[in-house]
Design a protein around this ligand. Structure first.
Ligand code: NAP
Length: 288
């Protein structure tokens, strides 16, 4: 038996299409949704990711743009840029593309964002709200993981969920969201002993370690839903996840491909958060 592929590209397109009436409603009130991305330095992977975000903006009528800042910039000058965007009422969403060059503190930079414009959801206020179960902006990758599982009809309640990775952008928010959905969640990381003992017991396995080939079929429970968040480049230049797709597809019930799984969902969730930010700021709805 081969796992059902969870097609993030197709679902991402459907998410974008569903935003059209919301964008049109804002437009009828003279509001063009606007996102600004700050990119510090010239990390080539960041350029690719930002390009995908801006193309999605263009496809659905969001005014997307990036601001490139030199790697030698001072933190103070970044704060000033953010402060200008915070004050600009025509800008609804701001994000600072990660990773930042060495020496910059991403927490300190995220704290400069106006929380209602923080569409990545990394400001401490937004992460705190997530912890409280009343998120305003769910970090995009984590939101995409849950949306993929929901769209496939994967039961979460009472299921054993194992999350590999505990970063703030992927593992931790995924673990919080799965807990909120009544899964029994185990978080594994680089110090976990006998990883396979955990993964073999997982009905839902989310892998966000950034280690190609970390999970093979022998480590997966038959029928499990496996979400591969990892993005790694092989020596030959190919993009692969953390999961060995061939052996895992033979055992899992559901599996996301790389590319074409979580990646496009991350972009789609960013678009959803950006539209929500514009609604919160302009339509005076659901503001808490
Ligand atoms: P990160 O900050 O480097 O965190 C990696 C996590 O994996 C850490 O918690 C680390 O444990 C754990 N880990 C590393 N090696 C491990 C091992 N051998 N066994 C178990 N756990 C291990 O990375 P990240 O930002 O969360 O990203 C993770 C991966 O997802 C990367 O490949 C990244 O490119 C990808 N990603 C993809 C998307 C997307 O949209 N598709 C979005 C975000 C990230 P410790 O905490 O103990 O160090």
């Amino acid at each position: 038996m081969s796992a059902r592929t969870l097609d993030g590209k197709a679902l991402g397109q459907r998410v974008l299409q569903a935003l059209a009436p919301r964008i049109a409603r804002l437009s009828q009130q003279g509001i063009t949704v606007k996102l600004r991305v700050l990119r510090v330095g010239d990390d080539p992977a960041s350029k690719v990711y930002v390009g995908a975000k801006l193309r999605a903006c263009q496809a659905i009528g969001i005014d997307g743009g990036d601001i490139e800042l030199p790697a030698q910039i001072t933190p103070g000058a970044i704060f000033e840029q953010i402060s200008m965007l915070n004050r600009d009422r025509s800008v609804h969403g701001i994000l600072v593309q990660l990773p930042l060059p060495r020496g910059f503190d991403p927490h300190l930079i995220a704290m400069q964002l106006e929380p209602t414009k923080d569409v990545d959801g990394f400001h401490a206020v937004n992460l705190g709200r997530l912890l409280q179960g009343r998120a305003r902006f769910i970090p995009c990758t984590a939101a995409g993981v849950i949306r993929l599982l929901d769209d496939a009809g994967v039961e979460l309640r009472g299921q054993n969920a194992v999350v590999i990775g505990r970063s703030e952008i992927a593992g931790k928010p995924v673990a919080l969201l799965l807990t909120e959905r009544d899964a029994t969640v185990t978080v594994c990381h680089s110090k976990t002993r006998d990883l396979a003992a955990y993964t073999r017991n997982a009905d839902v396995l989310v892998v966000a370690a950034g280690r190609a080939g970390l999970i093979d079929g022998s480590m997966v429970k038959p029928g499990a839903a496996v979400i591969d968040v990892g993005v790694n480049r092989t020596d030959a230049g190919a993009l692969v996840g953390d999961v060995d797709q061939v052996s895992v597809a033979m055992r899992a019930g559901f599996l996301t491909p790389v590319p074409g799984g979580v990646g496009p969902m991350t972009v789609a969730m960013l678009m959803e958060n950006t539209v929500r930010a514009a609604e919160l700021q302009c339509l005076d709805e659901n503001v808490q």
